[in-house]
Design a protein around this ligand. Structure first.
Ligand SMILES: Nc1ncnc2c1ncn2[C@@H]1O[C@H](COP(=O)(O)OP(=O)(O)OP(=O)(O)O)[C@@H](O)[C@H]1O
Ligand SMILES: [Mg+2]
Length: 108
């Protein structure tokens, strides 16, 4: 929900948001959410999983949000033995990929 909420929040009206799910060759189902929104600076991407971190303070203040969503997503993906990957280009858009293992490995 947070990934979709972000896609909608950071894409101006008239943009496009798409979602897909594909099984890759290494035993993962990859859910991708792509938007044609404002994008994120490359240097900010590594920090997005930090609690309360929001890229571009002025812009985030206008759009609201606490900056907790991606940190929670990161923890949830870890709990699934999966991972999150973010690719983005400023002014072009963002793709968030969530990789879920097909075989659930019970936690020790
Ligand atoms: N699809 C996106 N396009 C552009 N920027 C994004 C996108 N997704 C996340 N961001 C940037 O990453 C920051 C962190 O996202 P996160 O979901 O953690 O927080 P938030 O949406 O601001 O607040 P919350 O999810 O807690 O309501 C956002 O504030 C925004 O700057
Ligand atoms: Mg969010």
């Amino acid at each position: 929900m947070n990934i979709l909420d972000n896609a909608v929040k950071f894409t101006p009206s008239g943009g496009k948001i798409s979602i897909s799910a594909v099984q890759d060759d290494s035993g993962f189902v990859v859910v991708k959410v792509t938007d044609t929104g404002i994008g994120i600076q490359k240097s900010e991407i590594p920090r997005l999983g930090e609690r309360f971190y929001r890229a571009d303070k002025t812009r985030s203040r206008e759009l609201g949000g606490t900056g907790l969503g991606l940190s929670i997503v990161k923890h949830l993906m870890k709990a699934h033995n999966g991972s999150i990957d973010i690719e983005s280009q400023v002014g072009k858009g963002t793709t968030v990929s969530l990789s879920f293992p097909i075989n659930r490995v019970p936690k020790a």
